[in-house]
Structures are given as C-alpha cells and as structure tokens.
Design a binder for this molecule. Structure first.
Ligand SMILES: Nc1ncnc2c1ncn2[C@@H]1O[C@H](COP(=O)(O)OP(=O)(O)O)[C@@H](O)[C@H]1O
Ligand SMILES: [Mg+2]
Length: 492
C-alpha cells in the first residue's frame, strides 16, 4: 500500500487518493449499516403485527370457537388453523383451504418463527395472496372443548388435542424498500465520492501552490542574486514558516557572501599598496641608475616584500583557521613560559617598559605556536599604543587561565570594542602609532582563542586598552576536559 503511494509522485494526487479511499470506506460502511438497519427495523414491525394477529386468533380459540372463515388479518397477514394430519381447519381466505402454509411443527410452548418463499395460492386468481417471501409464526393451541362453527364431521374428527395456528406476513415490502435504498446508494455514492475527489484535488492544489512558487523562486536563485527572496504566503501555516525560514537562510547567505566580497576587496586593497610602493621604488631606481644608492633601494624593496609576505601569511592563516584545517595539535603548553619568552624577545626601548610582575603559572591544552601568536599580537598592539607601560597578567582560577594585556595608551572606544576584532579593522588609520598593522592581528587572535574553546574581549579600564583572554586550563589525563561554555560566553 505504502509502495503504491510512494510511486504516486505528486503530493496532490497522493492526498486525493488517500482522501477518496478514506471517504469511500466510510461511506460504504455507512451505506451497508443503513440498509441492514432499515431491513431489521421493517422486519421487526412486520413481526409485531403478525404476533398480535397470532394472539388474536389464539384467544379466539381459547374462548372455544373455531370459525371456518377467520377474521381478516391485521396488515397483510394471512392465517391458517391446521389440525391433526396437516388438515386445514380454518383460513383467512379460500385459496388457503387446501394445504398448510408450513410443515414445521412448533413445540408445546411458545411461538416458532420460520421463513417460507411462498404460500398456497400466492399470486393467482382474484384472492391472490401477497408476494413472498413470508415470515411464518406458528403456535400450538389446546383444542379441547372447541366447538366447530358450521363445520362438518370431518373437521370435528381432525381436531386433536391441539391445533396449530399459522400466521404468515409478507416480507416483500422489506425486500423492495431495501433494494430501492441500496440501488439509490449505489448510484449516489460514486457521485459523492467523485465530488469529494474534486474538492480534495482543488484544495490540495491551492495549499501546494505556494510551495511550487517557493520552489520556482529557489530554483532561479544563484550566487549572484542572493538578494532575492521567496514569496511568503499570508496563511501563517507550515508553508509560510518554511518560506520565512528560507528567507532567513537567504539573509544569512547574503550576509556571508557580502562579507566574503568585502574581505576579498579589502585584501586586494591591502596587497596593492606595498606592491605599488615596491614597483615605484624600483622604477625610480631604474630611471636613474647612476645616482641611486642600490643598497638602500634593496633594503626598501625587502621591507615592502616583507610586508607583503606577512600579509599573505596572515590571510592564509585566517583562511585555514576559519575552515578548521589548521591542526590544533594538542600539547600541554605552559602559558607563563610563552608570555615571558615573548617579553624577553623584545628589544628594550626607552619608550615602553613591560611589567610582568603579575604573571603566574598557567597550563593550557593547545597548539603552542598559535598560542604564542595570540600573546605576540596582544603585546605588539599594546607596545605600539602604550605611552610608557605595558602590564601583563596571567592567573589560573576555576579551571581557566586568564591572560590580561593592558597599556596606558589612548585605549579603544567602547563603541569599537567588538569591531576591532573584525578583519582589516583599524581605528583611525591615519594615527601614526597604527602604522604597519593591516588590521588582521586581532581577527587572527580571536579565531585562535575560539578554536581553543576560550574567549576574548576588550575589558573596561581607567586608562588605555585592556584585553582579556580566557582559555580552559589543561586537565590531567583521567579528567574530562572542562571547557566551560558559560565562561566562553561571559568573556566574548
Ligand atoms: N592596545 C591597543 N590600544 C589602542 N588601540 C588598539 C589596541 N590594540 C588594538 N587597537 C586597535 O585595534 C585595531 C586592530 O588591531 P589589530 O587587529 O591588531 O590590527 P593592527 O595591529 O594590524 O592594526 C588597531 O588598528 C588599533 O586601532
Ligand atoms: Mg595588531
């Protein structure tokens, strides 16, 4: 059955098929019930009439008289009184005078019911009996002291100790009525079922029209026209919700595509300027080959090439961090060692001093090179913006390592605290202290921290910028890693 449904490729046809099947079964059961109910109700009515006729005749006999001509029956009933040896003693019409209606002999007590197809004299002559079949009721009545009115000696001799009263009632009207109803139903039901099929077909078509409209629109949408949206029917039903969900998905796809496009154009823009400088430097040098200090030119060119290389490496790193292809080699990293090494690596300058006094031991699981990159980016930024002091703090609490890099520079305005983590985001590009950065540092830093299950944010501070990183601590092998999601959320 389900196989058949699956082969019907259209939802509309399937709905119609199921609906028609269900309605047909219900209507057919109803029709059968109706006909049988009608038959039993009519039969019951006829039986009641026949019983009262039987009672009437029985009480007549009990009163002591046996009239040769029985009174006309109630309704369409016919009556016969049969004595010993099957001899008919009395009848309700002359055609019944020869042979008994039924051969069945009732017991001493009670009424016996049977069915016969015809009675003597049925459908013949002037006093034709009604058409069969008949319901026959038979009862034995005592015959002692019965005086036979107008009867001859033969009749008197046929009186045994009991006589049998037969009352027959025709069931022909029942058969006729039920046949009429059955034929009407047989003719009417297909029409009703056909109407139901048409109705379901139309309704299903109406319901599914928006689905088809959505499908057509989606089939047309390509990467270039992500601004298009599928039509939302104002039905507030599942189809409308599907359309809304699809449009939300298109919103997200469009946003992602826009971000991608922006990223590509920003990246090209960033790559173009060092290339332009490199080209200009070399062109000028070649135009005046005689009076150019070649070592200076070479060192300038090398500087620009270095910038280009750094930028390309950052872009590659970001791309690989983003699609998760950078292996997060799991190792036990002493973050305090990484921090102290990074500070030691820096050439002492008269401008900025580092204060690592609040760096204490902290161990995290992760990729040492990537974690070193995080520390380096944060300290680079702080050093570049600091007026005089860069403070680094590291501590372990509640299963998390907390790294803070703070400086006493101009700080990051509250409205820009999320934005600085975007790619190519630079506050006030003209600011001299920002020189050299491409705006990818914090974006890379955030990707690494997130990949390690941690979080990063710009925290409040009285003076300068304060960047806070939280990373889940390394756990001993037997324990489950406790990467606190709530922590990640509070920090991000
Ligand atoms: N410690 C800081 N103090 C003030 N501004 C900062 C600090 N760190 C970062 N910023 C701002 O955030 C921007 C983004 O930083 P980053 O992504 O590291 O890019 P870059 O260092 O290449 O400029 C910087 O251009 C700078 O304007
Ligand atoms: Mg930076």
């Amino acid at each position: 059955m389900t196989g058949v449904f699956r082969r019907v490729a259209s939802l509309r046809a399937r709905a119609t098929l199921v609906g028609v099947l269900a309605v047909s079964v219900a209507l057919c059961l109803g029709a059968v019930g109706l006909v049988s109910e009608l038959r039993s109700a009519m039969t019951e009515g006829i039986e009641v009439t026949a019983r009262s006729q039987l009672d009437d005749v029985a009480s007549l006999l009990r009163a002591g008289t046996l009239p040769a001509q029985l009174p006309a029956g109630r309704g369409d009933t016919i009556t016969q009184i049969v004595g010993a040896g099957g001899r008919v003693l009395a009848w309700s019409s002359p055609s019944l005078s020869t042979s008994p209606i039924s051969r069945s002999q009732p017991g001493e007590e009670g009424v016996q019911l049977s069915r016969v197809d015809g009675v003597p004299g049925a459908a013949s002559g002037a006093d034709a009996q009604p058409e069969g079949p008949f319901l026959v009721l038979a009862q034995r009545v005592p015959a002692e002291g019965l005086s036979v009115g107008g009867a001859d000696g033969q009749v008197a001799s046929a009186l045994g100790s009991t006589v049998t009263v037969y009352v027959a009632a025709t069931l022909h009207p029942v058969d006729q009525a039920t046949a009429t109803v059955a034929w009407s139903l047989a003719a009417g039901l297909p029409v009703v079922i056909g109407l139901v099929a048409i109705l379901i077909w139309l309704l299903a078509g109406r319901t599914l029209r928006p689905v088809e409209a959505i499908r057509e629109e989606v089939a047309d949408i390509s990467g270039d026209d992500l601004h298009r949206r599928v039509p939302v029917p104002d039905s507030h039903d599942e189809v409308a919700r599907l359309a809304e969900t699809m449009n939300e998905m298109l919103d997200r796809l469009q946003a992602a595509a826009d971000a991608q496009r922006r990223f590509v154009s920003d990246a090209s823009h960033e790559l173009r300027s060092p290339l332009a400088v490199l080209q200009a430097t070399l062109e000028i040098a070649l135009a005046h080959p005689g009076d150019i200090p070649w070592p200076v030119v070479a060192s300038d060119a090398l500087g620009e090439a270095g910038r280009l290389q750094g930028l390309v490496e950052d872009l590659l790193l970001l791309a690989s961090l983003e699609n998760g292809s950078q292996s997060r080699r799991q190792e036990d990293v002493d973050l305090d060692e990484v921090v102290m090494e990074e500070i030691r690596r820096r050439r002492p300058t008269s401008r900025v001093v580092f204060d690592p006094s609040r760096v204490s031991a902290a161990r995290v699981d992760g990729n040492r090179r990537q974690l070193a990159r995080v520390v380096q980016n944060l300290i680079d930024n702080a050093e570049r913006h600091a007026a005089g002091v860069v403070t680094v703090e590291l501590s372990e609490e509640d299963g998390s390592a907390r790294l803070v890099v703070a400086d006493d520079g101009p700080g990051i305005p509250p409205g820009r605290r999320e934005w600085v983590f975007d790619r190519f985001a630079r506050i006030d590009e003209a600011r001299s202290l920002d020189a050299g950065g491409s705006g990818l540092g914090l974006a890379i830093t955030r990707e690494i921290v997130l990949a390690h299950g941690g979080g990063i944010r710009v925290a409040d501070s009285n003076r300068g910028a304060r960047l806070e990183v939280v990373l889940p601590c390394a756990v001993d092998d037997q324990d489950e890693p406790d990467i606190g999601v709530s922590k990640q959320e509070t920090v991000r």
